[in-house]
Design a protein around this ligand. Structure first.
Ligand SMILES: [Mg+2]
Length: 224
């Protein structure tokens, strides 16, 4: 049996709080010449590029590839500045779990609304970026389902195989819906923007408060 496990980033691998997205906000403020580009925009579980589009619309600006490229340069500058700060911290026991898991199952990937550059900085800070050689990111599509489709295509190409079982681990209702879209099993973690009750209402295959709660044979348990 071959298994591919997708991780969400914010609220799952990275603890999400008001500061997590500061580099993104500062870069966008600088690009648009305003102080409040992100006010009133809900970013939870959304593609960073989709959020970018909404922020432009609020300022009556038109999207262009030139503007997007300019933003990416500013964003990387901000990511670089925040690299030595403590804004990106481990969510629950994510680091030890990913390290242990990757030693028995090397076929890991990401499904995230983060741009790949942001994902790289954040997971490098945690020391686990090297375990995710492929993934679906915020620049791949404006929707979570589209990002997931791309993530699966890329993983099949990268690992050179198809998979008998797909698993998504994430903190939101949208991660559960994305799993259903892909035909994947889903493990919900209660450390993000949705409550345990909200998550339970969509009947994820497993629900955990920290990774240590997963049984050693969870991959086989989910397959049965
Ligand atoms: Mg999340």
């Amino acid at each position: 049996m071959s298994t591919l496990i997708f991780f969400d980033i914010n609220g799952t691998l990275i603890r999400r709080d008001a500061r997590t997205d500061l580099p993104y906000t500062y870069a966008l403020n600088k690009l648009l010449g305003v102080e409040n580009s992100m006010d009133g925009i809900n970013t939870s579980a959304r593609s960073d590029k989709d959020v970018f589009m909404e922020a432009l619309e609020k300022q009556d600006r038109q999207f262009s590839e030139a503007l997007w490229s300019e933003f990416l340069v500013l964003y990387q500058e901000q990511l670089e500045q925040f690299k030595s700060s403590d804004v990106w911290r481990e969510n629950a026991d994510a680091i030890s779990f990913v390290e242990k898991l990757s030693s028995v199952l090397p076929t890991l990937s990401l499904i995230t609304g983060e741009l790949s550059i942001g994902a790289q900085y954040k997971l490098e800070k945690l020391g686990i970026w090297n375990h995710f050689p492929t993934g679906g990111f915020g620049e791949d599509d404006l929707t979570r389902f589209g990002i997931a489709d791309r993530a699966l295509e890329k993983a099949i190409a990268h690992y050179g195989q198809t998979f008998d079982q797909l698993i998504i681990i994430g903190d939101t209702l949208l991660d559960i819906k994305t799993a259903r879209h892909l035909g994947a099993k889903v493990i919900s973690i209660t450390t993000g923007s949705n409550t345990k009750e909200e998550l339970q209402a969509l009947s994820p295959d497993m629900i955990i408060d920290c990774f240590d709660e997963l049984p050693n044979n969870f991959i086989n348990q989910l397959f049965l």
